[in-house]
Design a protein around this ligand. Structure first.
Ligand SMILES: Cc1cc2nc3c(=O)[nH]c(=O)nc-3n(C[C@H](O)[C@H](O)[C@H](O)COP(=O)(O)OP(=O)(O)OC[C@H]3O[C@@H](n4cnc5c(N)ncnc54)[C@H](O)[C@@H]3O)c2cc1C
Length: 375
């Protein structure tokens, strides 16, 4: 049977993946006047941050009172709490409703947010910024001629469709489009994680004490620890996982969670949200023209700006990110955004994969695509 490809017209920039990086990339390109299409395989925006129930926006500051990241990353931290609760300190515009503070970050420019309300607000954000969005649409392959982008193939309820474009921003979280275009990639290791949000009498009591709604969401995780302790027997560390290994990762997480729940009085709790995206941290990243290594005194002539480090003990650490980490110039018209930028060291990938830095590299990828860098 021959599968017909439906021609869907032209966009200046196509962004694949509606996580934090893709949202930021699409809005930044649109604000520069480009006609932008954002393609998301699920039906909600936010990716891991919302559908993966992460719901903790790592800091925009350096942990010593200095704000490092601004731009769309700052717009998004504000949006994440605009229509719902926050745990932002007063110094950063918070309501202080969350006090007494219980998180480990003290007065950082970081916050808890409602994954559901933030995701709804992201729709409003991208649409009001003139971005066209296609949900429930899976981008399968880039179309290239002589290593230059000329289009992208997607599958959805309409069938197999082709969008013509010379610029694709890969914000898939696993570099699917760039890898399929032939861009060399590196893979990362992942340990088991399955995180849900639940509610029970204990958290309701806590909520009643200070009327702080984020306390109604209890984060409950099963899986291994960072050293891989607790990794299911016979399972590896999920490096470069195949489709069936991703399925194992998910089903084993669900099985363990259900076992945990079976031990409870079934009338005493509710699971409010389960993840809709695999909670894999580091799947695949591109090999770019330059590497972001997460070294404080590394400077670049093509630096795109500075980011901070979310990790405890790294207060004050600030890093430049080189522009070349967002593309491989052998492949024209392709840009990486978010947790797939070229960051080969442990520190580089750790720093670049968190929400504010994904927003920052997303915003930059949108600008590079419109301005024609690497094209
Ligand atoms: C367990 C865990 C805990 C974490 N904790 C924190 C934390 O506390 N704070 C923090 O700031 N960060 C945290 N992170 C990291 C952070 O949440 C993510 O790395 C970041 O949100 C990634 O954003 P992204 O946009 O690059 O990718 P993603 O969020 O993965 O977005 C990619 C999007 O692309 C879509 N997509 C993929 N392929 C296709 C395709 N072919 N066609 C169409 N759409 C596609 C996906 O559905 C998804 O919506 C955590 C991550 C994990 C896994």
């Amino acid at each position: 049977m021959e599968v017909k490809t439906i021609d869907k017209g032209y966009y200046d920039v196509v962004v694949v993946g509606g996580g934090i990086a893709g949202v930021s990339a699409s809005v930044s390109a649109s604000r520069l006047g480009a006609k932008v299409l954002l393609i998301e395989k699920q039906i909600n925006l936010g990716g891991l941050a919302t559908g993966g129930l992460i719901s903790w926006y790592e800091p925009l500051c350096n942990g010593k009172g200095e704000q490092i990241i601004g731009g769309i990353a700052e717009e998004l931290i504000k949006l994440s709490v605009k229509y719902s609760y926050d745990s932002l300190p007063k110094a950063y515009g918070g309501t202080d409703k969350s006090f007494p503070r219980t998180d480990r970050y003290g007065d950082r420019y970081a916050t808890k947010f409602s994954p559901c309300v933030f995701s709804l607000a992201l729709d409003e954000f991208v649409i009001s910024n003139g971005v066209d969005v296609l949900f429930d649409t899976y981008a399968t392959y880039p179309v290239t001629e002589n290593n230059s982008v000329v289009g992208v193939i997607v599958e959805n309820i309409d069938g197999r469709c082709l969008f013509h474009t010379q610029k694709i921003i890969d914000a898939t979280g696993n570099a699917l489009i760039m890898q399929r275009a032939g861009v060399p990639c590196r893979t990362g290791k992942n340990y088991m994680t399955y995180l849900v949000h639940s509610i029970d009498e204990e958290v309701i009591k806590e909520y009643n004490n200070d009327k702080c709604a984020w306390k109604l969401r209890k984060w409950e995780a099963v899986g291994a620890d960072r050293l891989g302790k607790g990794q299911p027997q016979g399972m590896g560390t999920f490096e470069n996982p195949t489709a069936s290994e991703v399925t194992d990762f998910i089903t084993e997480g669900k099985r363990r969670m259900l076992e945990k729940l079976k031990a409870r009085d079934r009338y005493s709790y509710e699971v409010m949200s389960i993840p809709t995206i695999p909670q894999l941290r580091t799947i695949r990243q591109i090999v770019g023209d330059a590497d972001f290594n997460g070294i404080t005194d590394e400077t670049y002539t093509d630096s795109i700006g500075k980011v901070s480090d979310f990790r405890a003990g790294k207060e004050g650490s600030v890093y430049q990110i080189p522009k070349g980490a967002l593309y491989n110039s052998q492949f024209k018209g392709l840009y990486a955004a978010g947790r797939i930028i070229s960051a080969p060291t442990h520190d580089g990938w750790e720093v670049s994969r968190v929400i504010p830095v994904c927003a920052f590299t997303g915003e930059t990828a949108g600008k590079l695509a419109v301005l024609g860098a690497n094209n």
